[in-house]
Design a protein around this ligand. Structure first.
Ligand SMILES: [Zn+2]
Ligand SMILES: [Zn+2]
Length: 278
């Protein structure tokens, strides 16, 4: 059973998000024989789904790791899609406490109306084990400026696929992901250009060295990272760790089966109206 991730966006951080230099639409995960999970639908998610003719009425669950706009801004429309325009109470929404209820200056990121139209809601906290439409998922800690932010270990039939979400590096944070076959890392800045609560390439090298996955994937690329060349940065990390490391592009598809492959999604530029539309 294939585990497929379509990267609706590979950008991250406020400048990439506000200029849409790269999309910040998060990841569409196909799992458990045709279930769809949307992770972190930031700016660009809707536009990118239209470009690949993905009808978001097919989405079974959506999750938002934390209350920063590059991770949540399209979430309400994704919920409307998942619920067929709000007409059908279905789907499950997962979010950190800031996303669902708000805390201090952060969030909530979706309205009470949108929380009310989904089939179920789960407030995430580290240590939880979720059953996302058949996909067992472990919720992990981060060290981020939204202190409720969480990462995820998806325990797929094809091995553990992890999405770390925004965090600073520490050995303890990285150790949570030991055993991962694929490690998806938000590497916001290049080289040793460290900004608080995020990973730079040098941190990614330390992170990968602790986890030792089969494949490491750079996403959440900030504007300076994009200028400096994410592919070169990933290759530099690979040379230092000996672990295969790539930087993906918008609308790349990662297929995780016996082998792991990357391909580009087919795109369309038409005025598309899905069959499920009124
Ligand atoms: Zn971010
Ligand atoms: Zn963040």
């Amino acid at each position: 059973m294939v585990f497929r991730i379509t990267f609706l966006g590979t950008g991250g951080g406020r400048h990439t998000a506000m200029y849409q230099t790269r999309s910040t639409g998060g990841m569409l995960v196909e799992h458990s024989g045709g279930k769809f999970l949307h992770v972190d639908p930031g700016p660009g998610a809707l536009t990118q789904m239209k470009r690949i003719h993905y009808d978001l009425a097919k989405t079974d669950s959506a999750m938002v790791s934390h209350a920063h706009p590059d991770h949540y801004s399209d979430a309400e429309c994704v919920i409307e899609g998942m619920t067929h325009g709000g007409w059908k109470k279905k789907g499950h929404f997962y979010g950190s406490p800031t996303v669902i209820d708000g805390e201090g200056p952060l969030g909530p990121c979706v309205s009470k109306y949108h929380i009310g139209i989904v089939g179920g809601v789960t407030v995430l906290s580290p240590g939880m084990t979720l059953d996302i439409d058949g996909l067992r998922t472990i919720v992990c800690r981060t060290d981020h400026s939204d202190p409720t932010n969480v990462g995820f270990k998806f325990l797929s039939d094809e091995g553990i696929v992890s999405y770390v979400s925004d965090t600073s590096y520490s050995k303890e944070i990285a150790e949570q992901y030991i055993g991962s076959r694929v490690l998806i890392l938000p590497v916001t800045t290049p080289d040793s250009l460290r900004i608080p609560y995020h990973l730079c390439t040098e941190d990614a090298v330390s992170f990968i060295d602790v986890v030792r996955p089969e494949l490491a994937v750079f996403i959440h690329l900030g504007i300076v990272m994009i200028k400096r060349g994410p592919e070169k940065q990933a290759y530099g990390a690979e040379k230092k760790t000996g672990v295969k490391t790539i930087a993906v592009k918008d609308l790349d598809i990662l297929d995780i089966g016996k082998v792991i492959s990357v391909s580009a999604a087919e795109t369309y530029d038409d005025e598309w109206i899905p069959d499920s539309s009124p």
